[in-house]
Design a protein around this ligand. Sequence first.
Ligand SMILES: Cc1cc2nc3c(=O)[nH]c(=O)nc-3n(C[C@H](O)[C@H](O)[C@H](O)COP(=O)(O)OP(=O)(O)OC[C@H]3O[C@@H](n4cnc5c(N)ncnc54)[C@H](O)[C@@H]3O)c2cc1C
Length: 460
Amino acid sequence: MSTLCWIRRDLRLHDHVALSKALDEGETTLVFVFDPHILGKLTDKHDRRVTFIYQSLQEIESELQKKGSSLIILYGNPEEEIPKLAAHLKVSGVYCNRDYEPYAKERDSKVEKKLKTLGINFEQFKDSVFFEKHEVLTGSGSIYKVFTPYKNKWIETFEKNDRTISDYECQLKKLRKFSHKKNILDHNWYKEIGFIETPPLLHGGTKAAKKRLQQFEKIIDDYDEQRNFPAVAGTSNLSVYLRHGNISVRDILRVATAHSSSGAKTWLSEIIWRDFYQMILDVYPHVVKGSFKREYDKIKYLGSKEDFHAWTQGQTGFPLVDAAMRCLNETGMMHNRLRMVVASFLCKTLLVDWRKGEEYFAHKLLDFDLASNNGGWQWSSSSGCDAQPYFRIFNPYSQSEKFDSQGEFIRQWVPELRGLKGKEIHHPEPLLAPDYPRPIVSYELNRKRCLAMYEIVKDH
Ligand SMILES: Cc1cc2nc3c(=O)[nH]c(=O)nc-3n(C[C@H](O)[C@H](O)[C@H](O)COP(=O)(O)OP(=O)(O)OC[C@H]3O[C@@H](n4cnc5c(N)ncnc54)[C@H](O)[C@@H]3O)c2cc1C
């Protein structure tokens, strides 16, 4: 029996459920498809995520070549390409890992239908999350909508299973051998798909991911103390590797659960947030277009296009917000604390619809993931499941004083404020920083306007 393993957001060759199962069946060919539908949404032809993905594929190809095998890369609609290739290779089954995004689910069901007409099986597996929607349910068998009880049940289920974290061995020697296939490393894929190579700060691939995990393990015990300060390297920076599957969620959990410190427990909790949001997207796909709590769609946002533009450019006159946005624009990365600050600022201080911010993040974030991004924005705007209450509004000044007290992060990204000393940096006086914009709105005034704007959802 021979099989085709279709890799998508699982760009690695170890602890890979679909690949492991495919290789158990027999000789396996590995394929990746550049999908014009997905690439078409990336308006910036220098998008670093394309380079990150390509770096990951290059690493896979190098590994495969050592085994006498090679990766097949295609450019086209997967609904056409996968059945065509499967028929050409005369495989008995196509194997892949489940993707919970609405577009992916629809695409996969179309692929499955086509394969069925050809008499080819389509097998999907749980891989990118630890627990799926049916595995963590309330006592009455329903879906959790609040995080803490979900997390407690997640941990209880994990303990009940004796803390088992399977490692899916991949017998790479059973990969299909190629004698005359074109090497993907010799082909200019950037040109073919219409992008320009733009290396991100973090190099794509499993080697870099594993190294980062090893480095983070040295500081994991301090995570709870350090994770909120953007100027401190206190978090793992593994989100982009998890997003593209250079490392498995099980790799991460093995490290998280090997430590008993409160730092490791807090880190585990963040990884469970990831499972939670994937589950919410899977069960409630309406969140992609609207508020999880549907009545929040009645809110009429009062903010202006100009204020939104200033936010995107880091020109609001609020130092921590501007530093965070400039960092995002330059690197594609943003610390979690800052994501919460700028998201709250956009919808509750500038009074701009959270969907605009969500879309901007989707264009810019190296680790962009529909489920986590949507969850984070809905949390910040209070429209989501287990969101912060609508009347809780982050004060950008006190967030700045608390989480960047010495202004180290601000100084790094806002050169106009580098000369300011002490607390001045959080409230720059125009005379001391003449090149820096004045605040585009009054925080206090807009706080009141925000509460009035949210009045319509007061009873929910
Ligand atoms: C408005 C907003 C938008 C966000 N958009 C994304 C996104 O597009 N992609 C993304 O991966 N995360 C997103 N997050 C969650 C979080 O900010 C990032 O996962 C985190 O900053 C990544 O840094 P790290 O890898 O150092 O995380 P660590 O602190 O080391 O955490 C470990 C891992 O847990 C997961 N994680 C941590 N926090 C969260 C969270 N709140 N929700 C879901 N998973 C989490 C990530 O996979 C992360 O790599 C968003 C948060 C907010 C508030």
